[in-house]
Design a protein around this ligand. Structure first.
Ligand code: NAD
Length: 429
């Protein structure tokens, strides 16, 4: 994952002709925190875990990014995902830097009280380096609104009432309307904008989705509402397909009850790995990293890929798809709806004022469309694909902010025109 995120960064850095020193500065995390967590299990024995928080860059504002609870969480993984958050928040132009972290635990093997204990121990260890104006965690894989509520509670014990220290909280505990569906909504808007550029519409469009969790299920519901057919969906246990289009609300109800799409009666079952090569117009990877690789890229039949997951396409696969003319909306643009509504939640917490869902959705749509247009304009300006363009745009925004904070402008070997390049999304005075 670290290698892949660096590869995409380097491709954009080459386009911008950045010096090695600037690359090194932009790639190195600002702070890496690793803590030991010793807590008590329900049976009185000791649990031992490691917690990580990587704060990548704060040039554009407080750092923002999720917390993942998974046995594979480690420093490299967190570094890669933290840097993606820096670029993602810059692409949608919200006033944040990037961070990521988590605990190397397996929540499936833990009770709620053990999870609560580990979470509170972690907050105690990192409380001095997070905060509403410093670093604001959020949910990621295997963490949820309930855990965010515990983080707010524990942090507030030390620092006083602080709802803005974390986002993705429960609605009844200073969470935001629209947060749960925000990433899926952003995926839908990204697809809508892509279709416009291709002169196509949702009508009759066939869509296959890998992953039917938060991102995949909301994207499926919203895309189906607009007239497309969700012809296949796969999760970690299996897949279900219907060439006439799945009944997505019924599938969502089934998946909520059974925690899988497997067994849903409204379609035929298939082996979940077949989803990547499904015969469809649009493929939405919305599960885990490295879903499309050199091993299965030749199977891909979709002409549009919208990356709901983080890092679903490896560089080799990306290159192959690009050569074949497949349109890819990259993760740091396509799945930025979640962090955008997290930003709205933080704003509401600071304002102590709640926005209506209509306002959230309309502001989200505006930000997603503006970011899509800025990335498209950058792609045209530099004659590069959408992924490289998204990184180019983000690197320029972060680099400019970082350099505008210090008096180094003439001492750094920046490519000519770095400060004069037009930012397609810039606000004019
Ligand atoms: P989730 O845990 O709610 O859902 C994950 C889904 O992926 C589940 O349906 C699971 O069964 C499925 N899955 C896991 N392994 C699979 C496999 N091998 N084959 C097929 N399906 C598999 O997670 P989520 O919040 O929906 O996140 C999904 C992805 O989107 C992750 O990469 C995450 O980092 C990214 N993302 C999430 C958000 C958000 O707001 N939730 C925001 C940005 C990016």
């Amino acid at each position: 994952m670290l290698e892949e995120s660096r590869y995409y960064f380097s491709k954009a850095a080459d386009t911008l002709e950045l010096s090695d020193r600037i690359r090194q500065i932009l790639l190195t995390p600002m702070r890496v925190v690793k803590v030991e967590l010793v807590t008590e299990a329900d049976d009185g024995s000791l649990l031992h875990h490691l917690g990580f928080r990587v704060q990548h860059n704060r040039a554009r504002g407080p750092m923002k990014g999720g917390l993942r609870y998974h046995p594979t969480v480690d420093e490299d993984h967190a570094v890669a995902l933290a840097s993606l958050m820096t670029w993602k928040t810059a692409v949608v132009d919200i006033p944040y830097g990037g961070a990521k972290g988590g605990i190397n635990c397996d929540p499936a093997q833990m009770s709620q009280s053990e999870l609560d204990g580990v979470t509170r121990s972690f907050v105690g260890q990192i409380k001095d380096v997070i905060g509403p104006t410093v670093d604001i965690p959020a949910p990621d894989v295997n963490t949820n609104a309930e855990i965010m509520g515990w983080i707010m509670d524990e942090y507030s014990k030390y620092e006083g009432f602080s709802p803005a220290v974390v986002t993705g909280k429960p609605l009844h505990l200073f969470g935001s309307p629209g947060r749960a569906g925000a990433t899926g909504r952003g995926v839908m808007v990204s697809l809508a904008e892509t279709l416009k550029t291709l002169g196509r519409s949702f009508d009759g469009l066939t869509v296959a989705i890998q992953g039917f969790g938060n991102v995949g299920s909301h994207a499926a519901l919203l895309i189906a509402e607009r007239g497309a057919k969700i012809v296949a969906v796969a999760d970690h246990l299996g897949g279900v397909a219907n060439p006439a289009g799945l009944d997505v609300p019924a599938l969502a109800a089934w998946a909520t009850q059974h925690r899988t799409v497997k067994g849903f009666a409204g379609g035929d079952e298939f082996v979940n790995t077949d989803i990547i090569g499904w015969d469809c117009d649009v493929l939405i990877p919305a599960a885990l990293e490295e879903a499309i690789t050199e091993d299965n890229v030749d199977d891909v039949r979709a002409s549009i890929i919208v990356e709901g997951a983080n890092g679903p396409t490896t560089p080799v696969a990306d290159e192959v798809l690009h050569k074949r003319g497949v349109t890819i909306v990259p993760d740091i643009l396509a799945n930025a709806g979640g962090v955008t509504v997290s930003y709205f939640e933080w704003v509401q917490n600071i304002q102590q004022f709640r926005w209506e869902l209509e306002r959230i959705n309309s502001e989200l749509d505006k930000i997603m469309c503006k970011a899509f247009a800025a990335v498209s304009a950058t792609a045209t300006q530099f004659n590069v694909d959408m992924r490289t363009a998204a990184f180019v745009l983000a690197i320029q925004r972060v680099g400019r902010a970082a350099l505008a904070r210090v008096h180094l402008r003439n001492k750094i070997n920046l490519p000519p025109g770095f400060f004069t390049m037009t930012d397609p999304g810039a606000v004019s005075d």
